[in-house]
Design a protein around this ligand. Structure first.
Ligand SMILES: *Cc1c(COP(=O)(O)O)cnc(C)c1O
Length: 396
């Protein structure tokens, strides 16, 4: 059988991605930053069946697949309840609202995160307070956490950035001392382990995004909240659905933030492959680390790789911008996560002055995200590393 997208022969089985290559040279990048076709081609039959089953039942809003996927994903995380919502942003915002966090209250998060974390804090009327990152892990520095706590602080949102869990032992201990809620932003860390628990099982409540490029991605927007707290679960089911769990009876004031049945069905088809997909990312990361050993860039430490799910593979590179254009000229796409720290963004200047979060600011000029996706071939990784080495005048 010939692969519909790549034209390569012998796509053997649904889970074997080895026979698909992502290196395409006709008018497209030699190695793209992300390629979502590989993963979806490998699961095309499962996905088509999932979509057809929803069309057949036509239960498009809060249908059977939503409940099925909520249970499956909660169980995967090792948590009691899953509440499907329409995005990671909604998962964060509604979680804060479920704890009645709002105006006059502060929520602490990491200075280097995707803007949605901060936007969600502001959406419920609370004030974001940033804490600088630990330079080695790029996650919230627990040493700086306690001094950011004030009498107005209600919650901490550690972000498991790039797929590596934050320092949850220290963070939850500090939170417990101060009576604070811990909301994990696990939007980049589906399936990551921290000790014997998964991301999502490490705080009071956790938010996931199923944005297509995340480790578990829908065919559009989607999200999930997981928690062991029965009362919070009950509140969240109402908040996402205009205050209602029984048709036309509205217990509280809510929103329309539901996860579509179609997305839930597709996600349910993809979930059984998530651990294998994360293993693919880990193998790719290990290969990068090996091939870049003699190049003057700093790679993530592989000692953490057992827990890290490499949503992104981020290196620190001298002359980052020149390296990035050199790579692009040769057909290798890269990313920067994130090029402008939130407190330097036009919309969020009030959150801090230049120099307030020095580790975040310094790393913003040096970080570079290399191509990383399920199905990335060894060949693509080797060629990317050769191109990096050629920039620094060395051989990989
Ligand atoms: C993707 C992401 C979000 C938001 O998710 P959406 O589904 O796009 O709303 C929040 N936080 C982090 C760290 C993310 O990476």
């Amino acid at each position: 059988m010939t692969d519909k997208i790549t034209g390569h022969a012998e796509r053997s089985s649904a889970v074997d991605l080895r026979s698909t290559s992502s290196v395409v040279e006709h008018g497209r990048p030699v190695v793209p930053f992300v390629d979502l076709k590989v993963i979806h081609d490998s699961l095309d039959v499962e996905i088509a069946l999932a979509i057809q089953s929803v069309v057949d039942r036509s239960d498009f809003i809060l249908g059977r697949s939503v409940a099925e996927f909520e249970s499956a994903f909660a169980e995967f995380c090792g948590v009691q309840h899953g509440i499907g919502v329409d995005s990671g942003f909604s998962a964060l915002e509604l979680s804060l609202r479920a704890y009645d966090i709002g105006p006059g209250e502060e929520v602490i998060t990491a200075a280097n995160t995707f803007v949605a974390t901060v936007a969600a804090i502001e959406a419920c009327g609370a004030t974001p307070v940033l804490v600088d990152i630990d330079r080695e892990t790029f996650n919230l520095d627990p040493q700086l956490l306690e001094e950011a706590i004030t009498p107005a602080t209600r919650a901490i949102i550690p972000v498991h950035l790039y797929g590596r869990p934050a320092a949850m032992d220290q963070i939850t201990a500090i939170a417990a001392r101060h009576g604070l809620i811990v909301l994990e932003d696990a939007c980049q860390a589906h399936g990551a382990w921290y000790g014997s628990s998964r991301a999502g099982a490490l705080g009071h409540v956790a938010a996931f995004s199923f944005y297509p490029a995340k480790n578990l991605g829908a065919l559009g927007d989607g999200g999930m909240i997981v928690t062991n707290d029965d009362a919070i679960d009950a509140r969240l089911r109402r908040l996402r659905n205009l205050g209602s769990v029984e048709k036309y009876r509205h217990d509280v004031r809510g929103f329309n933030r539901r996860l579509d049945t179609l997305h839930a069905a597709v996600l349910n088809a993809k979930l059984p492959h998530l651990d294998a997909h994360n293993d693919w990312r880990r193998r790719a990361a290990a290969r990068y680390i090996e091939l870049l050993a003699d190049v003057p860039v700093i790679c993530p430490r592989f000692a953490d790789a057992g827990e890290h799910v490499f949503h992104l593979f981020v290196i620190e590179a001298p002359q980052r911008d020149a390296l990035r254009s050199h790579l692009l000229d040769m057909g290798f796409e890269t990313g920067i996560h994130y090029p402008i720290p939130i407190h330097h963004q036009p919309a969020y200047r009030g959150l801090g002055a230049v120099g307030d979060y020095p580790m975040t600011e310094e790393s913003a000029n040096r970080i570079l995200s290399l191509p990383m996706y399920v199905g990335i071939s060894d060949d693509a990784i080797e060629r990317t590393c050769d191109a990096i080495a050629s920039f620094y005048g060395r051989r990989a």
